[in-house]
Ligand binder design. Structure first.
Ligand SMILES: Cc1cc2nc3c(=O)[nH]c(=O)nc-3n(C[C@H](O)[C@H](O)[C@H](O)COP(=O)(O)OP(=O)(O)OC[C@H]3O[C@@H](n4cnc5c(N)ncnc54)[C@H](O)[C@@H]3O)c2cc1C
Length: 399
């Protein structure tokens, strides 16, 4: 009988395992892939706060980010730069492995190439069925942490709601030059209802990707790679050497993330930023709360849903407001034609709005600047006029 079984060895699962093992509990992590952190899908942009707040592997850092440039489809550019580092670009393989090694150093066990195919919550324990190298086994644990990313096969059976919103993403890594800052491309042709990006990893490597709510990210990234502003900076490369990977990101606030002897963390509980889909920081915040809740349940000796309930109220208190504001912003952004996006980028370049952006824009928490922005009458004036089709009114006059 184990204390805790963790399904999934991504950052959320491994960080939970790390803290649980550190507190002296016996922890087993089950990971479907044969290598932690591979295959790699993520862009790996993580706010500096995550490294300040959590015990993360610094050796995974590939580059610092101080500047972001937003490109409107109609030509305007918004540049936000800081004197200090705002975020890091990390190698997700090294990052995930670094956290897993910390967990192992604290005594957690890992089974790789091991797929969990059934989870049964019994009165006194959780029964987990696994398959590894063609053989099946059963483990018993007091508590199960579900951190299986976007694998939602257990949710219905366990009475945990599945996410309803997804961003379809496609990304590739290419040899390139002249990408100096994080570049975000907006527009309904480039990335409907979302955005595309180019993130330099080093002076000669860039991660280019697209996210959309429209399920056609592969088609969109192929188009994006042909655009002059990308193509001309990518080194000549054979088409067969361009490896595009596709994956979805859930977003929106999960209805339920716990049950009897069960806690759900990370993408499994849809704990991503509703604005960008970034999920690493939120996953780490929630992993910490999950570990504290489980440790306290062991102290009390009770593992039913009442003992684990505080997990959900705590994580929702910490990140729920930001997620809700992000969803609200997304609803507004969804209505935007390219002309609206152009006006918005120009609006952000107006002195008073740019100072608000500089003061309140935070890499990880977007609600502060969204609220400040929405407090400005010019923002609503602009929205109302555009939404009612009165395109003749133009904020450009104020520039
Ligand atoms: C293209 C793209 C770019 C992104 N860029 C960023 C970014 O720049 N910054 C950011 O913060 N976030 C980013 N994200 C989101 C980020 O990758 C996720 O939020 C994060 O990986 C979630 O961590 P996790 O531990 O919850 O899940 P995962 O990292 O998905 O880990 C889950 C693990 O569970 C394993 N697993 C699943 N089912 C089973 C099973 N039945 N048995 C055993 N093991 C199982 C999987 O193999 C996997 O290793 C991006 C996502 C995509 C798709």
């Amino acid at each position: 009988m184990l204390d805790v079984v963790v399904v999934g060895g991504g950052p959320a699962g491994s960080y939970t395992a790390y803290q649980l093992a550190k507190s002296g509990l016996t922890v087993l992590v089950l990971e479907d892939h044969k290598t932690i952190g591979k295959p790699r899908f993520c862009t790996g942009v993580i706010g500096k706060e995550a490294f300040n707040r959590f015990d993360l592997p610094h050796k995974s850092i590939q580059r610092e980010i101080k500047k972001a440039k937003f490109y409107s489809p109609l030509g305007s550019i918004l540049e936000i730069s800081r004197d200090k580092t705002e975020a890091y670009v990390v190698d997700r393989t090294i990052f995930d492995q670094g956290i897993a090694h910390k967990a192992m150093d604290e005594g957690a066990s890992y089974l790789l190439s091991t797929r969990c195919y059934d989870i049964d919550i019994k009165k006194d324990y959780v029964r987990v069925k696994i398959e590894t190298r063609g053989e099946s086994f059963i483990f018993k644990a007091r508590v199960c942490v579900l951190a299986a990313g976007i694998n939602y096969r257990f949710h219905e059976k366990l009475g945990i709601g599945k996410p309803v919103n997804f961003l379809d993403c496609a990304q590739t890594e290419l040899p390139a030059r002249d990408f100096f800052s994080m570049e975000i491309y907006l527009g309904n042709e480039i990335a409907p209802e979302s955005f595309a990006w180019a993130v330099p990893v080093s002076s000669d490597l860039v991660r280019v990707g697209v996210s959309t709510t429209k399920k056609n990210s592969l088609h969109l990234i192929e188009k994006l790679l042909k655009k002059d502003f990308i193509r001309t900076r990518i080194d000549r490369i054979d088409k067969k050497d361009i490896h595009i990977k596709r994956k979805v990101i859930p977003y929106g606030i999960a209805k339920k993330s716990y049950g009897d002897r069960l806690i759900v963390v990370g993408d499994s509980a849809s704990q991503t930023k509703s604005t960008t889909g970034g999920g690493i920081l939120n996953g780490l915040i929630c992993s910490s709360i999950a570990a504290e809740t489980i440790i306290s349940a062991f102290e009390k000796g009770g593992f039913d849903h009442k003992n684990l309930k505080s997990y959900e109220s705590r994580w929702k208190r910490q990140i729920g407001h930001d997620m809700r504001m992000g969803l609200y912003a997304r609803k507004i952004f969804k209505q935007f034609a390219d002309s609206h996006i152009e006006s918005l980028v120009r609006l952000c370049n107006i002195n008073e709005m740019h100072s608000i952006l500089k003061k309140f824009a935070d890499f990880d928490r977007h609600s502060c600047f969204l609220v400040e922005f929405m407090k400005q009458p010019i923002f609503w004036k602009y929205l109302l006029f555009n939404a009612s089709g009165l395109k003749s009114w133009s904020i450009h006059e104020r520039l």
